[in-house]
Design a protein around this ligand. Structure first.
Ligand code: ATP
Ligand code: MG
Ligand code: MG
Ligand code: MG
Length: 466
């Protein structure tokens, strides 16, 4: 089943159960300065859930474009390393605004997976919040999921909240078992982080309001918010384990190999590039442009990472912008706004590629030299800073290169070098707007460090810089 058909089938199923089909909203959240990017289907319905906005329907379904490359959800460093994470993905979701609750939400999900898509029930695993006996009764008693594939997950993994206060409630998650050929344990086990049991669908039951004193007050009209990754579902339905082997990515990976001139189709760099063209193109189509702060800096970081991976594969000139046309061929049907923006997206990418090309090879040569002569496993903060300051290497890009070599970066040393520069600037009382903006964006950026860096975690750095 092609991904386009899966998307359609999901929306049709929920329409046939009284849901209003709602178009994807922009990746730039409307009127919400607290959120970097739209990272879930519920984002455009936030005020509806809060009761601040009325809609003419109480059930909705959407296929929402999402980016998780910054802020609370950041999967940038997972890309290329897991079979299931992307910076850009589509979230299929159904929503109840004070209408149906747990029983119907679970029945809809189960019926769509096992009756419409005909997934074998014995491959599906279910987790719930340990205290949600109501959900347990429905899954075990009504749906008939056996105890053997059912887990109560301790801790807060299966508890969702909108923020420190406000709507919250338990979740239930559905996993697909890709079989014993793939490493990883079942949900709740110590090695659950592997890629064998892949979470496909998350159902959130908004049941409480958390008050300022931390107590939970039951909501008069509980709601439902669900999200299922289209790419993960496509992998399941196309009989492949890896999202990058689905129709969604194959065409892009082939196109990338062709424009770069490599035949190493299994290369991790090609996957990263195929992932990044989707987030970058859609971000630009939604009005974000590369810059030194905020959203624009996240975009710049993603583009530069892609360009560096191209260089790693031997790209001899700008190539990234040439992937927009193949992407439009794949996704322009579902997203006419992408087709419309094609020329603007190509121009913005080309400009950024050319800008970075001026310093990339120099920076890479310096880094290479430093890595060759390195004693120990840690790239000094001075080098990281020099690459950042003079050669335009975002810190996470240097970390990405380091990781390929099994090295780390000294984030603490980087921060010191940064602070020294700030001090010098202050001493000279040159109030340089550009560097202030850069510093600001460094303070804002949030990188999830997936390894134990010898420096500090980024949020610690941020806390201290502030
Ligand atoms: P995981 O535990 O695998 O990181 P998650 O629990 O963070 O997933 P949710 O926030 O529950 O994900 O999002 C709902 C659904 O969206 C997930 O069940 C999954 O199918 C999909 N999804 C989440 N993050 C990504 C991603 N980075 N790339 C692709 N699909 C994703
Ligand atoms: Mg996640
Ligand atoms: Mg999860
Ligand atoms: Mg989840």
């Amino acid at each position: 089943m092609k991904s386009t058909d899966i998307r359609r089938s999901f929306l049709n199923f929920f329409a046939s159960h009284g849901h209003q089909e709602v178009a994807s909203s922009s990746l730039v959240p409307h009127g919400d300065a607290t959120l970097l990017f739209t990272n879930a289907g519920m984002v455009q319905f936030k005020d509806v859930f809060l009761g601040l906005e009325q809609r003419p329907y109480r059930r909705a379904a959407s296929a929402q474009r999402c980016v998780r490359a910054g802020g609370k959800h950041n999967d940038l460093d997972n890309v290329g390393y897991t079979a299931r994470h992307h910076t850009f993905f589509e979230m299929l979701g159904n929503f109840s605004f004070g209408d149906y609750f747990k029983r119907d939400a679970i029945r809809f999900a189960w019926s769509f997976l096992t009756e419409v898509l005909r997934l074998p029930a014995e491959r599906l695993w279910v987790t719930i919040h340990p205290e949600d006996d109501e959900a347990a009764d429905i899954w075990l008693g009504e749906i008939g999921v056996p105890e053997a594939r059912f887990r109560r997950i301790p801790g807060d993994d299966n508890f969702w909240s909108m923020g420190d206060i406000g709507p919250c409630g338990p979740c239930t998650e559905i996993f697909y078992d890709h079989g014993p050929g793939i490493a990883g344990g079942p949900p709740g086990s110590p090695d659950a982080d592997g890629d064998r049991y892949i979470e496909i669908w998350n159902l959130v039951f908004m049941q409480y309001e958390r008050l300022t004193d931390g107590s939970l007050k039951p909501l008069p009209k509980p709601s439902v918010d669900t999200g299922m990754g289209l790419e993960r579902l496509a992998a399941v339905l196309q009989g492949v384990h890896d999202n990058y082997d689905t129709d969604i990515f194959r065409g892009l990976i082939d196109a990338a190999a062709q424009v770069i001139g490599t035949d190493d189709l299994a290369s991790r760099s090609l996957r990263v590039i195929a992932d990044h063209i989707r987030s970058c193109a859609f971000l630009i189509a939604d009005g974000v442009l590369p810059s030194n702060e905020g959203r624009g800096y996240v975009l710049r970081r993603i583009i530069r990472r892609a360009v560096r991976h191209g260089a790693r594969l031997g790209a001899s000139g700008p190539f990234f912008h040439r992937l927009v046309a193949p992407l439009v061929r794949e996704m322009g049907g579902a997203y006419p706004e992408l087709t419309q923006a094609q020329p603007a997206v190509e121009a913005a990418l080309l400009e950024e590629e050319e800008r970075f090309a001026q310093t990339l090879s120099h920076g890479l040569a310096i880094l290479e030299r430093d890595m060759q002569g390195l004693e120990g496993r840690c790239i000094p903060g001075e080098t990281v800073f020099r690459l950042y300051d003079t050669y335009g290497f975002p810190v996470d890009l240097t970390a990405d290169i380091a990781r390929e070599r099994g090295l780390e970066i000294d984030l603490d040393g980087f921060e010191q070098a940064m602070a020294q520069q700030r001090e010098r600037a202050r001493a000279a009382s040159t109030f340089n707007l550009a560097s202030v903006a850069e510093l600001h964006s460094f303070m804002e950026m949030e990188v999830v460090w997936t390894q134990d860096f010898c420096g500090y975690k980024n949020d610690e750095v941020l806390a201290r810089v502030r």
